[in-house]
Design a binder for this molecule. Sequence first.
Ligand code: NDP
Length: 400
Amino acid sequence: MGKVMVIGCGGVAGVAIHKICQNDEVFSELCIASRTVSKCDALKEKLQGTTKTKITTAQVDADHVEELTELIRKEQPEVVLNLALPYQDLTIMDACLAAGVHYIDTANYEPEDTAKFEYKWQWAYREKFEKAGLTALLGSGFDPGVTGVFSAYALKHYFDEINYIDILDCNAGDHGYPFATNFNPEINIREVSAKGSYWEDGHWVETEPMEIKRVYNFPEIGEKDMYLLHHEEIESLALNIPGIKRIRFFMTFGESYLNHLKCLEDVGMTSIEPIMYEGREIVPLQFLKAVLPDPSSLGPRTKGKTNIGCIFIGKKDGQEKKLYIYNVCDHQECYREVGSQAVAYTTGVPAMIGAMLVMNGQWKRPGVYNVEEFDPDPFMDALNRWGLPWKISEDPELVE
Ligand code: NDP
């Protein structure tokens, strides 16, 4: 039993907070702290009375280490679950160190002025967390997150060595809008308009955005177009999975999404370079975010399923072996349960699980770690229990 502080109160946090409240045997207290406190208060209002978890709320600007440290010291949580934006990762890690609490997030740090995401900034905190006797668990969402746990699980139970991993993020949900993003538009568009890359034979291979396309036939969904993207877990898995030769990441995009994105790019709306507009500096991508549908409003409209998983190819007892480990999640079922679509759901559930495992000691180890560095078994059990049951196909036909 312990207290968790969730920072941020957007789409992913909303799901994690519902799950924390369902798991009130573990989370006896919860403080929801975010920039806009009215969102925290509304969620508290909705959930208290349905849970034994005692809920408090607070206003905080997580860009300011001192303000945040003061709040953490006052609230005294055992763990801080960072579900704000990747820009806040380092300030929240600093505040956790200053206040002496464990840290969990779902996305790696990105400087706001460069669309580049790498682990180097957060891995540089290893010694500080070790010395403080604190755990920092990085990337406890779905991808990164569950995909890393799937990799550790496949290695532990099915392979002597894994040589190839293809991470497949398939969203076959339809929200009915010509163009909208399923999570924070700014983060999403930065990710998909960046150059693609994959890891092969010990080095990165860079591609143009959307240069590599594959069609996969997914269980419970059917055929989908997928495009190769750079994704952060490739960087950590390349270090943590011995014998790996290639890791790639693919995501589904429909034609309408890509056409709109291309047009927005062509007219400069996805740029993160500030421009002057009527005497005021604005960032085109942030302005675009303001006019696009709020991802949290997509829940009631989105129908269909997600299928996210990893194809592993490697060796067991000298024989080549292939495996697909995946989860299928239904947008409408998620909405009925927690009021959000499956993209937020598939991130919020593993975020709660990561916080639980750090808090109950199963994943507590001083230092900074990615999820695949811990024993995958308790996480895999918790996925089945908390709403993201997984399946294993030992004869995956979906490989291109
Ligand atoms: P949202 O934009 O919906 O929510 C972000 C929340 O953070 C908002 O409540 C926002 O406040 C708050 N926030 C932003 N800046 C600050 C600040 N300086 N101080 C305090 N609070 C702040 O984003 P999502 O819920 O879609 O995404 C949350 C995180 O999850 C992101 O880091 C994203 O990259 C990650 N993610 C990870 C995935 C995975 O599988 N690993 C998949 C999807 C997302 P306000 O309400 O005032 O705007």
